[in-house]
Structures are given as C-alpha cells and as structure tokens.
Ligand binder design. Sequence first.
Ligand code: MRU
Length: 351
Amino acid sequence: MALEAIKWNENKLYILDQLRLPLETEYITVNNVKEGWQVINKMQVRGAPAIAIVGCLSLATELSQASFKDKHELLETICEKLQYLVTARPTAVNMKKAAEELTSFTKNLYNDKVSVTEMVDSVISWCQKMLNYDVSTNKKIGDFGADSILKSAGGKNVKILTHCNTGSLATAGYGTALGVVRSIHARGCLDQAYCTETRPYNQGARLTAYELVYDKIPGTLICDSMVAALINSHKIDAIVVGADRVTSNGDTANKIGTYQLAVIAKHHNVPFYVCAPTSSIDLNLAVGKDIPIEERPHNEMTDIAGIKIASPGISCWNPAFDVTPAELITGGIVTELGIFKPAELADKLKA
Ligand code: MRU
C-alpha cells in the first residue's frame, strides 16, 4: 500500500505524525484550523505541498462542523483563517498561494446565487480536490525529470542524489524530487538513490530513508558532509531536490544544505535539478534574497530525540532553508508543465 501522509475521510483529517517516524507510525486527527496551524508549525507535517494541503483541509474539517448565520460571516471566517494558516511557516509559498486562490474562489461563490450550505460544500470540495491534483502533478514531474535524466545518461542505469524529503510524506503522494527517483526506478533504470541525512531535522535519514525502504527502492544514506566525497568517487548522474519557493528569476529556496549541494554539483559538472509544482513558484518575488527564511528553535540542532548532543551554552544559528542561485540549477526546474531553464521560467509560466 502506498504511504499516505494525509488522510481525508468523511470530512475528517488525519496526518501521519512525522515527528515520530521512523520508529512509530501514528496518525493524529486534526480537528480545526488551530490544530492545523500547530501540526504545520511543529513540523508534524512538513514539505511545501503537504503544508498547503493540510492547512486547507484543516479549514475544510472545521467548516464541516460549524454553522454560519449568513454568507458574509462565512466569507469573513474563511479569509481570516486562511491568513492565519499562512503564518504557520513563512518560507514555502504553497500555503500562501492556496490561500489566495481559495479566497478568490470563495469571493466568487459569495457573489453567486448559492446558499451558505452550498458555499461550505463547494469550499470543502475545493480543498479535497487538492489531494488528487497534487498526486497527478507529482507524477508528471516524475516523468519529465526521469525523461531528462535518462536521456542525458544515454541508456545506462543512473545514480541519483537527493536532499531532505520530497516524497509521499511531503506531498499528497508520490513526491516531487523523490517522484523523479520513483519514476526512474519504475522504468527499471535506477542503480542507486543516495539521500543525505539532512541535518539538523534529519528529514533524509528519518523520512526519505524510510520511504526508500518502504517502497523497496535501492537507497543509500550519507551524512551531509559526505556529498563532495560521494560525487568524487561514485559517478552521480544527477542531483534532484525540491523547492519551497522559486522566485521569478529561478532562484530557489529549499532545505538548508541545498545550496552547498548545488555548488559541489557545479564543480563536478553534475546536472542539478529543482523539482517543484508550479504552486511553489512565486512570480511576485524577483530574486531569492527576497524570500523570508524561517529560523527554527535551537534545540532542533542541539538535541536529537531529547538527548543533548551539543555543549550546553553554545549559541546556534538554525536557518531551515537556504537559497540556491538560478545559475547553479543546471539541469533545470522540473514542473508539471515541463522542464524550464531558470531564465525562461517566468516567461513560460506567464504565457
Ligand atoms: O522544513 P521542511 O521539512 O518542510 O522542508 C522541506 C523541504 O525543503 C522540501 O524539499 C520542500 O518543501 C519540497 S517538498 C516536496
């Protein structure tokens, strides 16, 4: 059975608690927007697409239990709750874009001749559709990425390196960069997928490694500090990563450590791909330095599973993301609409 990070059943929302993986598999119920905000902020669910889906579904489950005196009250409530959800984590743009789209969808309903109940039902159904839409988007990304990487490899099986977790756990299913790995594996062309540990939160060691084992995809875990040595000794064919926000010029914010991978890739002439749905692309921002970078609590660096690993008293800097400049994204930006060079991204998407 495919791994499901998000379950939606009869207006009830359940998420797989990613703080407990890989040791425990426990689903928790998200009953309302406040709890949606909390599970996103605490990173019980994480990954840019999953954040937006869980945020919107937390609103859907709350709406299904509430009653409203009129359409105006419903519209105000939806707008206010969506704005609140956007504040849970600042770097990934997906929740912000979903909030804008759902707000405009709700405003159109408000102006239509529909009842309050019909308006609630339509908003719930809009949110629910995000699940299937995300999976089909990811499969397209997977196929576009696989086509490009396998074409460059000229018929031989490939070794791919990835960072963080961009798989079923970070999306509604299949994954973006890990979807590319999945797609290559499904074609029988994957020699090995290498995943970085991804300090400090260990999404690679805890989550990507878990997905690779779960789906019987040949995988090898490395520490973040081993990337240059791996590339120097193992003939890596491509590096694939996800994105939390891609700006108009192609600069890309993704999990901390992505930038150093791209620098190493450039030095060794390894194609570097960013794999992301268009919902992660923010054409309103010109360049990567405009992206707000979330800083996380220091205990995520100093402690692992409640055990102190750093000397008490040391000060810490813990940015959750970094920005990879467009010119290092040599393979291209793989979206559900195709693969684009960073410089052509904005024009292609506006067309
Ligand atoms: O802090 P996280 O775990 O939410 O960061 C996740 C990433 O950086 C992913 O690479 C990105 O969100 C894309 S997930 C398909």
